[in-house]
Design a protein around this ligand. Structure first.
Ligand code: SF4
Length: 336
């Protein structure tokens, strides 16, 4: 029986961040504006638990959207204490949180350990010094390496988040960042394309012509490269693309950049397109049946049937079928 993982998200938008990173407005990105009190956290957990199956599940609470370990120790304890009764009754199996690499040290980790924190996600964004500097991150790549090592050595799961297309970034630098994430032995990663959000310093850079975000196709291409690196290293890719908040979907909060509600689907469409490339060799054929793993059909067919339509230029009939013995992007074909 497959175990399903759930994370109950609790947003503490930009709390304890020492300053604002050039691209960031967590309230607009996450759609959450209120700082939750302990009662709100407990209620959020109770509400989510009613929607999550009790069997064959692992449920975590995740504190996201700010610098959790930058909060006063008492406030961290207050939040974490709220979760403990749910852990004691085995409704929740652990806690994950996101923070900055320069806000990790041994005393902070000791506190988190006491309260059943299992996973620490570092907003690393890039491992390129110039990109970090130009994005106003206020920490170095080496800070990330030191924090990641400390997290692992103290028995936590390590998560790393990267952003593609920040000022000074390019495809090679994004690939190098992903490669360093693998070397740092991340277990979970999140990949986000850099967007220009209203009211951020990045908007001012964009308006002054000093920053151009990646186009959608270029962003998808680079994220596909990075995605493949993580897949090959068996790293769990938790998220690809920003969560589509109302402000992003309506465009109200978005100034420019490669936002798409189906960003992950576009990336997987691209990866499948590369896999299916060899089917374009040789002359025209009558029909082709492509067998893929269940769960991969939509990506193989492609967003808005992109891959299928491309194949229809060579084959009169194209059918996608599932085969339960296949996994990942394995496939075989029947051609006549
Ligand atoms: S540290 Fe994270 S949450 Fe805080 S401003 Fe920077 S990117 Fe946003």
């Amino acid at each position: 029986m497959k175990i399903k993982h759930y994370t109950i998200p609790v947003f503490i938008p930009m709390q304890a961040c020492p300053f604002r990173c050039i691209f960031c407005d967590q309230e607009k990105i996450s759609g959450h504006t209120k700082i939750p009190g302990p009662q709100d956290v407990a209620q959020t957990i109770r509400d989510y638990l009613t929607t999550i199956p009790k069997e064959n599940t692992v449920v975590e609470v995740g504190f996201f959207g700010g610098t959790f370990t930058g909060l006063a120790a008492e406030l961290q304890q207050t939040y974490l204490t709220t979760v403990q009764p749910f852990i004691e009754t085995k409704q929740i199996q652990g806690v994950r949180l996101s923070t900055r690499p320069d806000f990790i040290d041994r005393p902070k980790l000791a506190l988190l350990k006491k309260y059943n924190v299992t996973t620490i996600e570092l907003g690393a964004q890039s491992m390129d010094e110039d990109v970090l500097k130009r994005s106003g991150r206020g920490h170095t790549a080496n800070d990330t390496i030191i924090a990641a090592t400390m997290i692992r050595e103290n028995g936590f799961r390590l998560g790393l988040q990267m952003m593609v297309g920040l000022p000074g970034d390019n495809a090679e630098k994004s690939v190098a960042t992903a490669t360093k994430f693998v070397e740092m032995k991340a277990l979970d990663v999140r990949i986000y394309p850099a967007l220009v959000i209203k009211g951020t310093p990045l908007e001012r850079l964009y308006n002054s012509g000093k920053f151009s975000p990646l186009g959608l196709a270029a962003s998808v291409d680079t994220v596909a490269k990075v995605y493949r690196i993580f897949e090959n290293a068996n790293i769990n890719i938790i998220r690809t693309g920003l969560h589509p908040s109302d402000g992003l979907i309506s465009g109200e909060e978005l100034v420019a950049g490669p936002f798409h509600v189906s960003f992950k689907e576009l990336v997987l469409t691209k990866l499948w397109q590369e896999e299916l490339d060899k089917l374009f060799r040789g002359g025209a054929k009558e029909w082709i049946k492509i067998f893929v793993a269940p769960g991969q059909v939509n990506y193989a067919v492609g967003h808005q049937s992109k891959n299928k339509n491309a194949l229809l230029a060579k084959y009169n009939r194209v059918q996608f079928k599932t085969d339960h013995s296949l996994t990942g992007r394995q496939y075989y074909v029947d051609i006549s």
